[in-house]
Ligand binder design. Structure first.
Ligand code: WTA
Length: 630
């Protein structure tokens, strides 16, 4: 497979990928281990929201992530693990050990009745076992559904029930900084409402000695003793499900995005190697959690399919102090470092001495993902972490995309701060105006859509294809709509400006305003609420809630704290509103629709021009909201 590594190779690859996408991707796919070759490369119809790649091809992704590397790199580190606890030794798991552990997990799952196609929920801390769990499922064709271990039991219930998981892999607890999260207790609370779950396997991590339910709950270490390190890989169709991963929607419950085996593998491998220009023996570190798509594609499947050494870090950037990331880079001589703007901004706010203490000269490429990176953070990252000579790879993509879409290629693409820059080969963006016309020229701003399928596009929303079609393929018929706004400058460079729907991105986590509102409304004192995002120095966006109570609160502070706690319990601490303003009414049109435009302005602190408010049912409410702004 040819990875473009110069400007002219990129341009050639790009042209070729547009002129002849099927040949382009078939050539790349040839380089993997297939049990049977595909008969047709691509079938697609964006009007029906249908895409298939490598039709008829048979494979197992774990053979591509593990077995095919064994002859040449059995003793190379596959996973480099760094504990939350600075005193605990790091672990280096070789490809051979990875093979043994993944096969054991696969055999353990089989022993507990899991078969191809069954869904398994993984709710685990950032330990190597989380990767074994994912790959163990993939080995036998079970479909994994990871839930970020910061979500509460309510979120876990929704996700487990939506895909009817049969088994849960979890741990007694997780360490994050100086906090301990009792994962098993959260699972126990969830499982009272999850009839599909028959078994739970619990990894011992925090030694918190949770209650174990006989016949349902088993210890990981006991079960793993009983099984062998050999497990044949299930033969999977290219279009069989690999995993489901939930992402917030602008309405209703989270959407279970479905990714399949063949196209996903080909695309995450190609984009990992292309954007970062990954070279043999480099140490790679992505700081995401495996519970998010970035962890799936660029901690586990992308790097391991490329035979890389991938780092998993259990801790957080600010503990025991703000130098933790830099200390880990020095300790493991990390070459490629990939993190999120929210982390960069919080570390930028700390004294520079935390950076200067460490030798970061191993770094060659530094990346960013999850939300727009502002120019100031980009410059700081480039200058202080990359020392001015590491390209900043600002990768724009989404859970739905599976892999990088618009991103610079390290040492190939000329960089512009805060621009995700150019589409990778195979990606055909279109900028649309509000009427649905494609803007063909440069120097424009609009909504970002994609015109042609790429191999790792999500295939559907689990159990709800209509919603998939409505959400992504109905705004601009015949195109995939991203939900993001963007600018395209005179050089054809893309700058993502943020969401244009009711999703807010808080510290890189997508949050549907509707989801947060319904959690707030669960508090017995609350009659109605409306949530919007507002600019936040560290988090990118913060959550601002306008809340109507049945009665004027006696103790506003106390009620605010209670509402935050309610949201934290129902969704998770990441969804807690930053600001809560109590109001007597919301700005609604005569048809009852909340005019969020006005609320956004108030939340941003910009009330000088609220635009036309004459269509409101009660324009007076705007004055009250303006005056009470926090
Ligand atoms: C935003 C994360 C600007 C965007 C991989 C997108 C970005 C949403 C960038 C998807 C970036 C992600 N620049 N915005 N480099 N990367 N986004 O599904 O709004 O968690 O639609 O996937 O994050 O978030 P998700």
């Amino acid at each position: 497979m040819k990875i473009p590594s110069s400007q002219s190779e990129y341009l050639d690859a790009y042209k070729n990928s547009v002129a002849n996408p099927e040949n382009f991707w078939a050539e790349i796919a040839e380089d993997f281990t297939w049990k049977k070759k595909w008969s047709e490369v691509l079938q697609w119809d964006f009007h029906k929201a249908e895409v298939k790649w490598f039709i008829g091809g048979k494979l197992n992704i774990t053979e591509n992530c593990i077995d095919r590397h064994l002859p040449s790199r059995a003793n190379q580190t596959a996973i480099l693990w760094e504990s939350n606890d600075t005193q605990e030794p790091s672990k280096k798991i070789t490809y051979q050990e990875l093979s043994d552990q993944v096969c054991k997990v696969a055999n353990m799952l089989k022993a507990h009745g899991i078969k191809k196609g069954d869904r398994v929920c993984i709710y685990m801390p950032m330990v190597p076992e989380a990767a074994y769990a994912m790959l163990g499922c993939a080995r036998i064709g079970a479909v994994h559904s990871l839930v970020f271990a910061g979500f509460s039991s309510g979120s876990l219930v929704d996700r487990i029930n939506d895909s009817k998981c049969k088994l849960v892999l979890t741990a007694d607890g997780a360490h994050r900084g100086d906090k301990k999260i009792e994962l098993k207790t959260i699972v126990d609370a969830a499982l009272q409402h999850c009839p599909s779950v028959e078994k739970v396997v619990v990894l011992e991590r925090s030694h918190s000695k949770p209650a174990m339910k006989a016949g349902r709950d088993f210890w990981w270490h006991d079960e793993m003793k009983k099984v062998s390190t050999v497990c044949p890989a299930e033969v999977m169709d290219a279009e069989d499900l690999l995993f489901i991963l939930y992402t917030s929607g602008s309405t209703g419950k989270p959407k279970g995005m479905v990714h399949t085996c063949g196209g996903y593998m080909v695309y995450v491998n190609y984009t990992f190697r292309t954007a970062f220009q990954y070279k043999e023996k480099q140490i790679y570190w992505c700081t995401a959690d495996v519970g998010w798509i970035t962890g799936h594609s660029y901690i586990v499947y992308g790097p391991l399919s490329a035979g890389a050494t991938t780092t998993m870090f259990e801790g957080i950037p600010s503990w025991p102090d703000m130098g933790r990331f830099w200390q880990v880079i020095e300790k493991h001589k990390v070459n490629i470092f990939y993190t999120a703007p929210t982390a960069i901004r919080s570390l930028q706010a700390a004294p520079l001495s935390f950076v200067e203490k460490y030798n970061l000269s191993s770094l060659q490429v530094i990346g960013s993902v999850g939300e727009p990176i502002n120019e100031e953070a980009w410059d700081w990252y480039h200058k202080n972490i990359g020392k001015g000579n590491c390209p900043v790879i600002d990768t724009w993509w989404q859970t739905e995309n599976g892999g990088f879409m618009i991103s610079p290629i390290a040492n190939v693409t000329k960089l512009k701060p805060a621009f995700a820059s150019l589409p990778l080969p195979g990606v055909q963006p279109a900028v649309m105006d509000e009427k649905g016309n494609e803007l063909l020229e440069n120097n424009i701003e609009g909504r970002l859509a994609i015109k042609f399928p790429w191999p790792s596009i999500a295939r559907t929303i689990y159990g709800d294809h209509q919603r998939f079609k409505d959400t992504y393929f109905s705004t601009f018929p015949g195109k995939y709509f991203t939900g993001d706004g963007c600018k395209r400058d005179e050089d054809g460079y893309y700058r993502i400006t943020g969401r244009v729907d009711d999703i807010i991105i808080v510290s890189g986590h997508n949050m549907g305003t509707a989801e947060v509102e319904s959690a707030i409304d669960e508090h017995p004192a609350v009659a109605e609420s409306a949530v919007v995002g507002f600019p936040h120095d560290i988090k990118g966006q913060g959550i601002y809630a306008f809340v109507i109570c049945y009665q004027k609160p006696n103790d506003a502070e106390k009620l605010r704290a209670e509402i935050k706690e309610t949201v934290s319990k129902i969704i998770g601490p990441i969804a807690k509103p930053d600001k809560i303003q109590f109001v007597s009414g919301l700005p609604k049109t005569r048809s009852g629709k909340i005019m969020r435009r006005i609320l956004r302005k108030v939340a941003e602190g910009d009330t000088s021009n609220l635009g036309d408010i004459t269509t409101l049912l009660d324009p007076n409410v705007v004055e009250e909201i303006k005056n009470g702004a926090l």
